[in-house]
Ligand binder design. Structure first.
Ligand code: PLP
Length: 391
């Protein structure tokens, strides 16, 4: 008897649903005249001095692989940067790894620490990759509902209730995508206490750490006795407007970085060389450019939030990242229906909140990293749409 043909794709891959954001943006790409508040990336080009450093490196013929860990100069600069920013000491030789964005960092961190069935606790709504990376690594995402009433912050009590023998880590991503929420130091300290009490790792996605408006961001690794058990994932995409360069990093204990490095060296080899050169320049002299962009985002943030409230979409005040997360409950539509109809009827692209988890239902994500003129026009179109829905 011929044997039964095996499935061509693996079960753990089949279980993953494609990102709700991408599906939407394939549709947007096929339409004309759309104002996109959709994809979460800066509308700025990378600051010129950073691009210039990379161009110059190409002229000099720096086109080979780098050290698997990342260029030594980049790791040294990064170590200095993390000391300045967080007051933390990371050894560039053993405690830092240059990755292909925070995206690779999340994948490596989860694969490095999870055995089959291990659980990772995280916020709902949350960034789309967290859940899927944990599942692909053989782990089990355990979602903690968060709400606007509680500033979309993860609560230590809610986390502790979900700790089991299988719990391995808490994944924290603040400032948050999609809500723009920032976690207060006090609340984070309580979560750190839970992590310490139960011997859990903390994976801290710091991608938006520089994009905060009038509040302080706290990194879990800076809390007492947390450096060793925190995997700090950082990157250049958002703060330096460098999404296409694909550079990020992981900072952590020697053992954790060694484990992540094993996977990285066999699957990636090294992060792109040109991007690493650009990242060195960003760390050496990119601070002013970041501050200028943050000032600009802040203007757009205030304009967007005020505008959304005015057109009848009550909006939680985002204090970080570059997203507004207004409630659309008053329209009576689901977040998918809202986003789809808004796109078809008024040519404005937003992301349905449900793409980020069950608790995102009733909200939409609007990225304000786009020009004030576009935000103004988008708000006018959305205002018309909301009026029709409510009328
Ligand atoms: C919370 C969060 N983490 C990580 C990433 C991915 O960042 P990178 O470009 O460094 O891979 C994103 C991108 O949108 C994000 O929003």
């Amino acid at each position: 008897m011929p044997r039964k043909k095996p499935d061509i794709t693996a079960k753990r891959v089949n279980r993953i649903t494609p990102s709700g954001i991408r599906r939407f943006f394939d549709l947007v790409a096929s339409m004309e005249g759309v104002i996109s508040l959709g994809v979460g990336e800066p509308d700025f080009a990378t600051p010129w001095h950073i691009r210039e450093a990379a161009i110059y490196s190409l002229e000099k013929g720096y086109t080979m692989y780098t050290s698997n860990l990342g260029m030594p100069e980049l790791r040294r600069e990064l170590s200095r940067h993390l000391k300045d920013k967080y007051g933390l000491d990371y050894d560039p030789a053993t405690e830092l790894l240059i990755t292909v964005g925070v995206s690779e960092g999340v994948d490596l961190a989860t694969r490095a620490i999870l055995d089959p069935g291990d659980e990772v606790i995280m916020a709902d709504p949350g960034y789309v990759s967290y859940h899927s990376c944990v599942s692909l690594a053989g782990g089990k995402p355990v979602m903690v509902p968060t709400s606007e009433k509680e500033n979309f912050e993860l609560g230590a009590g809610d986390i502790e209730k979900r700790v089991t023998d299988k719990t391995k880590a808490i994944l924290i991503g603040y400032p948050a995508n999609p809500t723009g929420a920032v976690m207060s130091r006090d609340k984070l300290a309580k979560i750190a206490e839970v992590a310490r009490r139960h011997g859990l790792m903390v994976i801290s996605d710091e991608i938006y750490s520089s994009l905060v408006y009038g509040v302080e961001h706290t990194c879990a690794a800076t809390l007492p006795k947390m450096k060793e058990s925190t995997i700090l994932l950082g990157g250049f995409s958002k703060a330096y407007a460098m999404t296409g360069w694909r550079i990020g990093y992981a900072a952590g204990s020697k053992d954790i970085i060694a484990a992540m490095f094993k996977i990285h060296q066999y699957t990636i080899m090294c992060a792109p060389t040109m991007g690493q050169v650009a990242a060195i320049e960003a760390l050496k002299s990119g601070d002013d450019s970041v501050s200028e962009m943050v000032e600009d985002y802040n203007r757009r943030r205030l304009f967007m939030v005020k505008g959304l409230n005015k057109i009848g979409l009550p909006c939680f005040e985002p204090r970080g990242a570059f997203y507004a997360f207004p409630s659309i409950k008053a329209t009576g539509l689901s977040s998918e229906e809202f986003a789809e109809r808004l796109l078809m009827e008024e040519k404005v692209a937003v992301v349905p909140g449900s793409a980020f988890g069950e608790c995102g239902e009733g909200y939409i994500r609007c990225c304000y990293a786009t020009s004030l003129a576009d935000i103004e026009e988008a708000l006018a179109r959305m205002g018309r749409f909301v009026k029709r829905c409510k009328g």
